[in-house]
Design a protein around this ligand. Structure first.
Ligand code: PSU
Ligand code: MN
Length: 303
């Protein structure tokens, strides 16, 4: 593992660091918007007082805090492996490139000592999972690894009620920022309640700190709804997701290819609108995540 000097120093001094994933760069968005977004997210983290650490694997080495050149490379290069927990040892041993998903990014963040991670939407229980068994590893990682994940809920392509049931079984605390309902990725809110709606970053940090003191294993999920002006109408996006899911079934797309296929298809079907919403929500999450990380670092230093 290679931790970049700026990130290493911040961690040593107990300053706030925010981890960021690389699957969203290589498999979640098209070039060049993927690179622009990743750099904008890093800038947003900085503006809000924390140090960004984008995580990816280069020639088998886990990089904690990729350089802008490395991010550009990840955005352009074709055929970078999408790395979840099960893929980590192979990519490292074989000295390959790997883009880390929420699952693998949580594991790497934990190894580096970074307590908080920002993404767009987590993976979850897929629609039709009762037949396919397709449940993202992200949910198990949230149950096991002590890293807080800030997101806009689970991706719209998923079965949200089943995803929340699974999180409950895993004992994952689900918090939401100024909203009583779980975020709905591209659109405003789902019908699903959360465990607690906090009103400011300090309140979230208090809960994270209490969890740590209790020695409870696993992550906390922080749901942050998309900014209202960037939200897509529920019925509109739902019908498009239905169509994309149907096409995936017809074309036999499954396993780790399902999510990238669906996200790409939704961008095409919305004429790029879903991409703009996706970018907006990730940046919005970076702002909230950095503010919570700053409050958490402040609490930790007072011990
Ligand atoms: N959030 C986004 N875009 C993405 C992802 C999340 O806004 O591309 C990625 C994350 O890396 C997540 C992965 O972990 O999709 C889930 O893939 P799967 O459903 O195959 O577990
Ligand atoms: Mn899957």
């Amino acid at each position: 593992m290679k931790i970049n000097p700026e990130v290493a120093l911040a961690l040593k001094e107990g300053r706030a660091v925010v981890a960021l994933e690389s699957t969203i760069i290589s498999h979640g968005m098209p070039y060049p918007k993927n690179v622009e977004t990743a750099l904008k997210v890093e800038a947003t983290v900085r503006e809000n007082g924390a140090v960004p650490a984008t995580i990816g694997i280069i020639d088998g080495e886990i990089i904690i805090g990729m350089s802008p050149e490395q991010i550009e490379d990840f955005g352009k290069k074709k055929g970078i492996a999408k790395v979840s927990k099960r893929d980590l040892p192979i990519v490292v041993a074989k000295k390959q490139y790997g883009a880390t998903t929420v699952s693998a990014t949580m594991l790497c963040a934990k190894m580096a000592g970074i307590p908080l991670f920002v993404t767009g939407g987590i993976g979850g229980v897929h629609r039709g999972a009762e037949k396919t068994f397709d449940i993202s590893r992200d949910l198990k990682e949230l149950g096991e690894v002590d890293v807080t994940v800030v997101c806009s809920g689970a991706k719209a392509i998923l079965d949200i009620p089943k995803t929340l049931e699974y999180l409950e079984t895993e004992g994952v605390t689900v918090l939401s920022y100024k909203a009583e309902r779980f975020a709905n990725f591209y659109s405003l809110a789902t019908d699903a309640p959360v465990d607690y709606a906090f009103q400011n970053p300090e309140e979230a940090a208090e809960i994270l700190y209490a969890k740590k003191k209790l020695g409870l294993k696993g992550g906390v999920l922080i749901s942050n709804p998309i900014p209202e002006e960037m939200a897509l109408p529920h019925e509109y996006i739902d019908s498009i997701v239905d169509q994309a899911v149907k096409e995936a079934e017809e074309q036999g797309v499954k396993g780790k290819d399902a999510t990238p296929f669906l996200l790409k298809r939704i961008v095409e079907l919305t004429g790029g609108k879903s991409l703009e919403s996706n970018i907006a929500l990730v940046c919005h999450n970076a702002e909230l995540g950095a503010k919570i990380a700053v409050e958490l670092a402040r609490k930790e230093r007072q011990i």
